[in-house]
Design a protein around this ligand. Structure first.
Ligand SMILES: Nc1ncnc2c1ncn2[C@@H]1O[C@H](COP(=O)(O)OP(=O)(O)OP(=O)(O)O)[C@@H](O)[C@H]1O
Ligand SMILES: Nc1ncnc2c1ncn2[C@@H]1O[C@H](COP(=O)(O)OP(=O)(O)OP(=O)(O)O)[C@@H](O)[C@H]1O
Ligand SMILES: [Mg+2]
Ligand SMILES: [Mg+2]
Lengths: 256, 256
């Protein structure tokens, strides 16, 4: 497995950005050179790492549409070894403009090729849809990481999401694997969370990471400080969970 | 104010579906004839009210694209006075196919016209995006109801959402108002929720409903039973909050 992971789920608010930001930071803190690509026009991963969205002249939209090179857009973050390709609002335009490009599905894969040599792991934060931006991420990626909130509505969308991964593997990206399902916002005191966990582990077995991310208010507070949770409150349950998840990810996949 | 409310916010997982389903049910239980339109291809409002998405031959996609009439698609729910226009997966196609229709922005407004005479209030549940489906909902609506999760990332998207409402009012739908902002998933024990509430009320004053919806696991459990929360657990905080919110909504707007 190479080093590009698309963090995707069309269900909204399941912890895609929180997982992309904190997992990327944890892998970088372990000494790997990591890139986080923000492919959501909301730009939450960008502001979650302290980059001011509104001041960006060049961002991932310009990379995707061919208006700028990788080095014009790459930015450092508060974490050593972690760089970001930030997003801003006008990335929304790409959802429509990509349709006019020949082989639009490969736009991101082509543009990220120079990055693959410089970074050991690349995470792509996806918007809450299965539109052209998410397709681009899945075509560029080696694997899809699926954050799954342990609730009913989030379970409903899983079939469609996995069907989309299968159809991209069958056509546009034969290497694409399902890197795993991460259970997020887990509140062990509720039957709901326990029932969902049991059902998901029964259906998907080893595909589900052993590490579960608990509901932890520190994870929701950290973005307002522009920091990943381990730099905001390193002793919190949220920080421990993402550090543990990064170790499990690195055990499963030897990024070279 | 007429009776069509679009429940919208491009930020994912902020409680759009939960608000649309439970507020529609509460208004119906108060004796008003209510229609809930599920305009999200995820179809959460549809399954949240017990309708089996996968068995639907005709749904809101066919109404929008002109393949079926309102009465072919309307379905009753477990709540007297509440009907639903259900959604299924292939509604995703409308996001792209609408572009080929002349005046695509008015597709839903035109198709809902016969319903406006039969229902006193119509709620439209929107997907987590500002794409063509959400634009259709805002063009058809008299007001936009904005569920806002009391957290940092959710606040970030508010400016873009309100700018979209303004631009639709300036062009496609001069009657469109901001019906109000509803604070959701509120956990009064955290500074984060209290800080966000204070900031939102300072900025938006009367536009923010007094009723706040607390985090209540009953709200997350009810959809798996296909019931609104007041029929699943009428004494829960979640049920009380949406009943209270419906009373505040009806005081603010006399639906005729
Ligand atoms: N484990 C957790 N504990 C507590 N809060 C969390 C946790 N994970 C995420 N959050 C908070 O929940 C909200 C939703 O998470 P996030 O924005 O990461 O989801 P998302 O899937 O990226 O959303 P979108 O679909 O809008 O892109 C955010 O306010 C975030 O701070
Ligand atoms: N007040 C609440 N307390 C507890 N859980 C809630 C509350 N409101 C919503 N939920 C749960 O949080 C999750 C997100 O809510 P919901 O699906 O209604 O948001 P949404 O904005 O419609 O999401 P999407 O952007 O995917 O359409 C769901 O699992 C829902 O059951
Ligand atoms: Mg996100
Ligand atoms: Mg929804």
């Amino acid at each position: 497995m190479g080093g590009i992971l698309a963090v995707a789920n069309q269900k909204g608010g399941v912890g895609k950005t929180t997982t992309a930001v904190n997992l990327a930071a944890a892998v970088a803190l372990a000494g790997h050179r990591v890139l986080l690509v923000d492919l959501d026009p909301q730009g939450n991963a960008t502001s979650g790492l302290g980059v001011a969205r509104h001041e960006l002249e060049r961002h991932v939209y310009h990379l995707l549409m061919g208006g700028a090179a990788l080095d014009d857009i790459l930015r450092p973050t508060a974490v050593e070894n972690l760089a970001i390709l930030p997003a801003a609002r006008d990335l929304t335009g790409a959802e429509i403009e990509l349709a006019e490009m020949a082989e639009w599905e490969y736009a991101l894969a082509d543009k990220l090729r120079p990055a693959a040599a410089r970074f050991e792991v690349i995470f792509i934060d996806c918007p809450p849809s299965l539109g052209r931006l998410t397709v681009n991420a899945m075509v560029a990626a080696d694997g899809v990481l699926v954050p799954l909130q342990t609730e009913y509505y989030a379970m409903e969308g899983l079939t469609e999401l996995l069907a989309t991964v299968d159809s991209i593997r069958a056509g546009l990206n034969p290497n694409l694997t399902l890197a795993g399902i991460v259970l997020t916002m887990y509140d062990g005191r509720t039957n709901l969370a326990r029932d969902v966990e049991q059902e998901i582990r029964r259906h998907f077995g080893e595909l589900v990471f052993k590490t579960v991310v608990p509901r932890s208010v520190r994870l929701a507070e950290a973005p307002s400080h522009g920091l990943p949770v381990m730099l905001y409150d390193g002793r919190s349950q949220g920080a421990e969970a993402y550090l543990e998840l990064s170790r499990e990810l690195l055990r499963r996949y030897r990024f070279s």
